[in-house]
Design a protein around this ligand. Structure first.
Ligand SMILES: NC(=O)c1ccc[n+]([C@@H]2O[C@H](COP(=O)([O-])OP(=O)(O)OC[C@H]3O[C@@H](n4cnc5c(N)ncnc54)[C@H](OP(=O)(O)O)[C@@H]3O)[C@@H](O)[C@H]2O)c1
Length: 290
């Protein structure tokens, strides 16, 4: 990819993607909404004019939409915000990318499924059980309807963000402070380390693939086992991690149980190796120590 790329939403995913693209010497621009981070443009995806303005200035060949509101419990109580950002916002970006003949990579989620079965393939019917998932499904549908050259990436991720608000930093903080943690044994997922995901998205952009693709790890893992693996690799006390189930907690938004994704399609299309979860955790640990 040696052309201009615009990342809409320099959040957790967007900032890793920016790093990866810039490391590959790709001319990359980012946008923010409320962030204090350094971004090239500020825009609100609910406002078509502000997106058009940005596209006119940058004239990107690729748009990667990493913008969303991902606060699951907040969105459950504020569905209007969920649908205006995650659905209508995605529609605005899709319409404008078509108008400007720009390839669109739209980042979505495993939460489009109900979690009853797992090992979901791209063709499986979506059936979200919370507002976040519903807003993301509608966003996907708008992308399909409004863009001719698009990729919808469904994924789940782990990594370390700039602010220490991510799952791994939380686990490390708690265990370092000798705090007990409950790990849900009934919630399964197939997360990819965020720089591995960024590399796959970078490769995907230059293919001629159009449609939905699942980018996920090769093996499924429970939240309990994931926390235990973090404890082991970060050399913390894993006995502080107790097995529990999500049924014991009253979340505002329902949590789907088995959101594992099949990555068979991705393995056929992409050359980027999928790094095993434990290997990625070891890499993160080394990076933190540097
Ligand atoms: N995090 C996960 O575990 C996870 C898992 C699966 C899938 N995903 C998907 O990955 C994508 C990125 O998620 P993330 O974790 O990177 O989220 P994030 O860190 O919360 O970043 C979201 C980005 O969207 C921007 N944004 C929010 N509202 C906006 C608006 N109205 N107009 C313009 N920009 C707006 C934010 O801008 P400001 O920060 O400037 O306000 C931020 O840059 C989402 O599509 C999400 O569904 C995430």
């Amino acid at each position: 990819m040696n052309e201009r790329t615009l990342i809409i939403g320099k959040g957790f995913v967007g900032s890793y993607l920016e790093k990866k693209l810039k490391e590959s010497n790709i001319e990359t621009y980012t946008t923010g909404f409320n962030t204090k981070e350094n971004v090239d443009f500020r825009l609100d995806i609910r406002n078509e004019e502000s997106i058009t303005d940005c596209i006119n200035k940058i004239k990107p060949n690729y748009i990667i939409n990493c913008s969303a509101n991902v606060n699951i419990d907040f969105l459950e109580k504020n569905p209007d915000i969920a649908f205006s950002i995650n659905s209508e916002g995605a529609k605005n970006i899709a319409k404008i990318s078509k108008k400007y003949n720009t390839r669109l990579i739209h980042v979505s989620t495993d939460a489009v499924f109900d979690g009853e079965r797992g090992s979901y393939v791209e063709e499986d019917l979506t059936n979200p059980i919370n507002v976040y998932g519903k807003s993301k499904v509608l966003g996907e549908n708008f992308v399909k309807e409004n863009s001719d050259d698009y990729v919808i990436v469904r994924t789940n991720i782990f990594g370390i963000d700039n602010h220490g608000r991510d799952f791994i930093s939380n686990i490390v903080k708690n265990l370092k402070n000798q705090k007990q943690m409950i790990g849900f044994d009934d919630i399964l997922f197939t997360p990819l380390e965020i720089s591995n995901l960024s590399e796959m998205i970078t490769e995907l952009a230059i293919t001629d693939f159009c449609g939905i693709i699942h980018l996920s790890s090769n093996t499924s893992i429970s939240k309990f086992q994931f926390i235990r693996d973090v404890a082991e690799i970060f050399e913390l006390d894993g006995t502080l991690v107790k097995k529990g189930t999500s049924e014991e907690i009253e979340f505002v938004a329902k949590r789907p149980k088995n959101l594992t994704l099949s990555n068979n399609k991705a393995k056929k299309i992409l050359k980027t190796p999928i790094i095993p979860i434990k290997e990625s955790l070891e890499k993160l640990r080394r990076e933190i120590l540097i």
